[in-house]
Design a protein around this ligand. Sequence first.
Ligand code: SAM
Length: 426
Amino acid sequence: MVSVFSPPLHRQRHQFVIDFVKRNKPKKVVDLGCSECGLLQKLKFHREIELLVGVDINGANIKKKMHGLAPMSTDYLQPSFDQLRIELYQGSVTQEDARLRGFDLVTSIELIEHLTLADVERFSKVVFGYMIPVAVIVSTPNFEFNHLFHQPAGFRHSDHKFEWTRAEFKSWALKVCLEYGYEVEFTGVGQAPPGQQDRVGFCSQIGVFRRLEGRQDGNMLSGDDAEDLFSYTLLYSINYPSLHNNNILQRVLVSEVLYWAEKMKRNWIEEKTGERDDTLALCCAEWEGEECLRASKQHMEMEDKPTAACGAEMKNPEEHHESELFWTNGDGQQESRKLHRCVSVPLAVLWSCCPKLSDLSGSLSNLRHILMNDPEVKLSQDGSAVLLNDQEQDLDEEEEARDLEDSGYAVCSVSAETEEDWEKNV
Ligand code: SAM
């Protein structure tokens, strides 16, 4: 049938559901008769939804486009705290499956007219009597509208078992409400031409059902009713990346910390070598203005006590890029380890320069705790600063030694191996 509606009728039906989702913010949504997952594709962007499920009797239909429901690269690159799981099942809406109980919203868009009337009864019992969701949206063709298509007798699709008038739809819906404890509102999409709306109604008629208060919800059933009945076949499931997942949170925090620490380090080095690129200062200024840069310098200055900070005996760090640390082990033998220069960037400075860090970790001590357990990050002994290798070591040595001498900023020496071991041995 040529679309006479703008936007096309199927889009209007989906938009109706999306508007409902925006207003009511359901967390668990299942689309019955999801076909090629068109509605689910749109719903996955509404991240108030935490569990999104599709069911269709035709597994091949589901499989055609189900991979389009996978997270996009931006979902991985910039994960949020939102959580989303998507599941797709092959199964019939005339059969019960315990995994579909306790949902906030069930949608059935242009599905019931594909069922025999006996199966519509089973559908009603499964959806309203077994799944017992908070709300149900049912759409189905309005037979009265058909004569506007010059098809007064025929159905709109060869697989339709019936097409109801508004009165027939109303009669079924009210019976369901009475039997299962719901109330219903009637509406629709696909407006009739001016002057004909009252006479023929909407092209797609819609019933919005809401569970009455006091009606037991699908999650509260116990005993025999709650038996694990899994009659559907799981075809697809995916968890979207979320910052609630500790591994993902840690990965994002670490990359943020390393990015900002590296930026500050380079800024300091460039200033020291007279090669400062002001875009770096500006990058920092983007967050907190020049205050941030100044703050970081002050903090770095405070750290500028190489031997004191490291608490170790070193061979003139001013003269050597690689120093050697000596100590006596438990057996009275001398041991040594090579020390490399590094730049120390205080966590407190990073914290104040990068608001995202506080949003993600909640507190400075949380941040420290998370970083302590990450192999990519080297923290100072007291955990107050991130230590970065001084990449300018390839520069002319004398020039750099001079820089060091003049330096008012934080440069200290730590072991190239893990600081924990070094600390223990000292
Ligand atoms: N809801 C879809 C949408 O909005 O794009 C369109 C639905 S399509 C017109 C009807 C779907 O119902 C088909 O995909 C069909 O396989 C499915 N269907 C028919 N009988 C079913 C049953 N007993 N259980 C589950 N799905 C069924």
